[in-house]
Write a protein that binds this ligand. Structure first.
Ligand SMILES: NC(=O)c1ccc[n+]([C@@H]2O[C@H](COP(=O)([O-])OP(=O)(O)OC[C@H]3O[C@@H](n4cnc5c(N)ncnc54)[C@H](OP(=O)(O)O)[C@@H]3O)[C@@H](O)[C@H]2O)c1
Length: 293
């Protein structure tokens, strides 16, 4: 019997994972951060020893990329030290861990998609903290860790680029978006399905890349959202990253190669435009719901 502990079940990704666990009728618990703070080793240990999961899915993270430049230690608390806690406690009871990492472990200078063995070189503190989290898992329980690197995550819950742009598109507002950073948007629902597929198929542990298929710039993504919402894409103005004042540097190119995922045959990976179009109506409904509150 699979017993699953979901950490971070209220986030963009975690809320979709929670829905998949509910749909799959799985034996799971998804404590809120107020009931289980993963930075608190004793709290985590007590909880895990009581529930005895054989899978822990870690969707918790410090995800404020610019904030990590000033609050590096707080980012490390969650993205490195809490991951060490999870790894050590999981090892104690022989649980497998699925942990989410990021394309920001790369510096964006590669001429081709990054595979799982490509050299890492984070450009910012967030990427550095996430990389250190990966290393904690590899150090303490490499044999039972699944590290999934993903990029440009969006979904119905939480604050994300797609939701922000869809809100502006629905109001026919103009927006300025960078056109010199390229990557792959990832639907949190697709990634959540991918995570449950790992639990169901139990491939060889290791690092896996997962994002939707294809690539675009943030500008192209914004134009696609404007069109899908029925707004005029000419309201989207392309700008260069250098004209934006941001604390953290971002990689210009962060395409992830999904060859390993596909060869392992875990799930089919949908094209980013198809996934975006299928999730947008729910995202828009969520925006309207929160505006009428
Ligand atoms: N967002 C992106 O574009 C992106 C891109 C690449 C990779 N990723 C990675 O994908 C994963 C999921 O990201 P996300 O965007 O879904 O994150 P998110 O929306 O920011 O959610 C973070 C989750 O962590 C929980 N959390 C925060 N502090 C906690 C604590 N001390 N103890 C327990 N739980 C805590 C939050 O709970 P509360 O709401 O209760 O605080 C929330 O459920 C992360 O590993 C992230 O690094 C994200």
């Amino acid at each position: 019997m699979k017993r699953i502990l979901l950490l971070g079940g209220s986030g963009i990704l975690g809320s979709e994972v929670l829905s998949q666990l509910q749909l799959g009728n799985m034996d799971y618990v998804a404590p809120q951060s107020s009931d289980l703070d993963v930075r608190n080793r004793k709290m985590l240990e007590d909880f895990v020893l009581r529930f005895k999961p054989n899978w822990i899915i870690n969707c918790t993270a410090w995800t404020n990329v610019d904030g990590a430049e000033e609050s590096f230690d707080s980012a490390l608390d969650l993205n490195e030290r809490a991951v060490r806690n999870i790894a050590e406690v999981a090892k104690q009871i022989g649980s497998k861990v699925i942990h989410i990492s990021t394309d920001y472990v790369f510096d964006g200078t590669s001429p081709e998609p990054y595979d799982e063995l490509a050299p890492v070189a984070p450009l910012n503190n967030y990427g550095e903290s996430k990389l250190r989290g990966e290393l904690q898992l590899l150090k303490h329980m490499q044999e039972a860790s699944y590290i999934i690197r993903t990029s440009w995550l969006y979904g119905i819950s939480g604050k994300n680029f797609v939701k922000t742009i869809a809100t502006k598109a629905a109001k026919n507002e103009s927006v300025r978006v960078v056109d010199d950073q390229r990557g792959s948007p990832t639907s949190a629902r697709d990634l959540a399905r991918a995570i449950t597929a790992i639990i169901n198929t139990t491939p060889e542990p290791g690092i896996f890349n997962y994002s939707n298929k294809g690539s675009c710039s943030w500008f192209e993504l914004a134009c696609t959202i404007y069109k899908a919402v029925g707004s005029n894409p000419e309201l989207v103005e392309a700008i260069s990253s250098s004209s934006l004042v941001q604390k953290a540097k971002r990689p210009r190119y962060s395409l992830l190669s999904k060859e390993k995922w596909e060869l392992t045959g875990i799930t089919e990976i949908p094209e980013w435009k198809i996934s975006l179009e299928s999730l947008l109506p729910e995202i828009i409904a969520q925006i309207q719901k929160s505006e009428t509150r």
